[in-house]
Design a protein around this ligand. Structure first.
Ligand code: ATP
Length: 306
């Protein structure tokens, strides 16, 4: 279990983690989401003592990281910036980590096997591809067989097989009763992997819920309309807005209309003589729910209206 109470971090004038209070329970995969710069990595870094909070605390099974006798045996972490010795082999890298944490040497082979790096154990880490580096980072997190695991963007650089492998690994670690806390930008992947979600924006807690609760609470009914002629798309968009319907043009030939019956949109298009190439209801995905929730807390927007 990871417990945050009023966790706060400032860089200069800016509060990048703002009074976060939530718990990450064992036996579940908890996804950690938020726009770029929301404060996810900083929160994770504070959890493993790499950054100090200005206020509040974060506890691993009730203890601060600094109080853990053998930290790697209690919490394993894959963080974005890996400090790897490029000239050292994968096996030696893990062995050095094991030795300094009182972890038996046999765990090195087990961890390498779990992540599929046994055959390249003797290869220098500096020669690893991005995906192999990620796998080695995951092996490092698993090395001490800890009950709490934290992964910052674990699928970064992995091919589709690797992505699926990470998903299955996260699920099986949670099924073993471990606490699994994982950040990702890939919403479709999170929808398949996570049981619970914690969403932050500009350092503040936006949501802490099960995946289903989150989608239900943050999605609206949406009708997608495809209109091949841009001038007609604009015409239909204006007509829908005049009728008080919220719309969003999402492409050269597509608009979304919210909280309206599909028949109403079809009838309005027919009245205007607008030719349609598609008209249908959209089922809410995590991505849509996430976009709805975080639209106002994107730090560096693209300038395109959300
Ligand atoms: N060492 C630092 N010095 C100053 N500002 C920092 C430092 N580390 C992070 N920040 C700032 O803190 C904010 C949060 O950054 P953080 O990396 O925690 O966000 P994130 O949610 O992990 O983002 P991303 O999804 O882009 O990885 C950003 O505005 C970032 O610029």
């Amino acid at each position: 279990m990871i417990t945050l109470r009023g966790l706060t971090k400032r860089y200069g004038e800016k509060t990048v983690v703002d009074d976060l209070t939530f718990a990450v329970p064992p036996g579940r995969v908890t996804g950690f989401l938020g726009p770029n710069g929301a404060g996810k990595s900083t929160t994770m870094r504070m959890t493993v003592g790499l950054d100090a909070p200005h206020a509040g605390e974060v506890l691993i099974d009730g203890k601060r990281y600094a109080e853990l006798r053998h930290p790697l045996r209690e919490v394993g972490a894959l963080l974005e910036a890996k400090a790897l010795h490029p000239g050292r082999s994968a096996g030696k890298h893990l062995l050095a980590m094991a030795r300094s944490n009182g972890i038996p040497a046999r765990r090195v082979e087990e961890a390498l096997a779990t992540v599929g790096l046994t055959d390249v154990a003797g290869k220098r880490a500096g020669q690893f591809s991005l995906g192999m580096g990620q796998r080695l980072g995951i092996a490092g997190a698993l090395l001490g067989d800890p009950g709490v695991l934290m992964f910052d963007e674990p699928v970064n650089g992995l091919d589709p097989d690797g992505v699926r492998w990470v998903r299955q690994l996260m699920r099986s670690l949670a099924e073993e009763g471990r606490t699994v806390f994982v950040s990702s930008h890939l919403m479709s992947e999170m929808q398949l992997t996570a049981d619970r979600l914690v969403v932050i924006g500009k350092g503040k807690l936006l949501a802490d819920a099960t995946l289903d609760e989150f989608i239900a609470a943050n999605s609206r009914s949406t009708v997608a309309v495809r209109v091949p002629v841009p001038a007609e798309l604009r015409k239909l968009d204006e007509r829908l807005r005049d009728a008080g319907i919220t719309t969003r043009v999402t492409g050269a030939d597509e608009l979304l209309a919210h909280d309206v019956a599909v028949g109403t949109v079809g009838d309005l298009a027919h009245e205007l003589g607008v030719r349609l190439h598609g008209l249908g209801e959209r089922t809410a995905s995590l991505e849509q729910a996430y976009m709805e929730l975080t639209a106002s807390s994107v730090e560096y927007g693209t300038g395109v209206a959300a």
